[in-house]
Design a protein around this ligand. Structure first.
Ligand SMILES: O=C(O)CCC(=O)C(=O)O
Ligand SMILES: [Fe+2]
Length: 235
């Protein structure tokens, strides 16, 4: 894959931002920094990471069948992190430069911005969406290994995409839960914390290829507190 022209990546895959104001149980534990990185910083991060050798499209079990995930993933850091039924050894901070080193440094910057100790984040789950066909379905990042109130800091690079949040089924009445929407863009940072993963789900929906034919990278910084616990908190 050739490094991409970052300008091309900025196409609007998300439409206009719509925030549903009637969303009463506001997810107060989401903080959104639309321009956390400058365009230049985001461009540099893209160049450093887009072709890292750690990216892979791996299978997961879905209703008893093995299917390929609808995006590429990579794990960086120092702790084993089990996600769905994926349990991949993470790429160490020095092991896939310049991606791993750039991501480690960016982690320090996020830690400082959020007032967290250095090396708070010890794993990154990275997602590479080639175009609108790649997506992430509804889920909560409620693995027990992350503890009860995980802080998940999510950096976006490349194409704009919609990020949706809704209450988990057990916490809403009626068939269709209200959704709140963020438009994640080149250089933005979205932080989820508190009881977010216990009460809410989030997703990055599919978009027609005709509307979104450009790439997006996502790096979610996390802290694994218990490496040996592979279970999920209650669904
Ligand atoms: O790509 C995104 O912004 C969502 C990523 C996400 O939810 C995850 O990695 O758990
Ligand atoms: Fe997630």
């Amino acid at each position: 894959m050739r490094p991409r022209d970052a300008n091309r990546l900025n196409s609007l895959c998300a439409g206009d931002q719509k925030v549903n104001s009637s969303f009463r149980t506001a997810p107060e534990k989401i903080t959104f920094y639309k321009h956390f990185l400058t365009k230049l910083e985001a461009d540099e991060l893209l160049q450093a990471t887009v072709d890292a050798r750690s990216w892979a499209r791996t299978p997961v079990t879905f209703f008893g069948k093995k299917v390929l995930q609808p995006r590429d993933t990579a794990f960086f850091g120092t702790k084993l992190y089990t996600y769905s039924d994926e349990r991949r050894q993470p790429t160490g901070w020095q092991d896939d430069p310049p991606a791993s080193t750039a991501l480690h440094e960016l982690g320090h910057r996020i830690e400082t911005a959020l007032g967290l100790p250095t090396e708070w984040f010890n794993v990154i789950l990275a997602n590479r969406y080639h175009n609108g066909r790649d997506f992430m379905g509804w889920h909560s990042d409620n693995e027990r290994s992350l503890g009860d109130e995980p802080i998940i800091a999510s950096i976006s690079i490349g194409a704009q995409r919609r990020f949706l949040v809704r209450l988990r089924a057990a916490y809403h009445t009626g068939d269709t839960p209200e959704k709140i929407e963020y438009v994640l863009e080149h250089g933005s940072l979205l932080v989820m914390s508190g009881k977010m993963q216990s009460f809410y789900q989030h997703s990055l929906p599919k978009v027609a290829l005709s509307k979104c034919n450009s790439l997006r990278l996502n790096f979610t910084y996390r802290r694994v507190v218990n490496e040996s616990d592979h279970s999920k908190n209650q669904e």
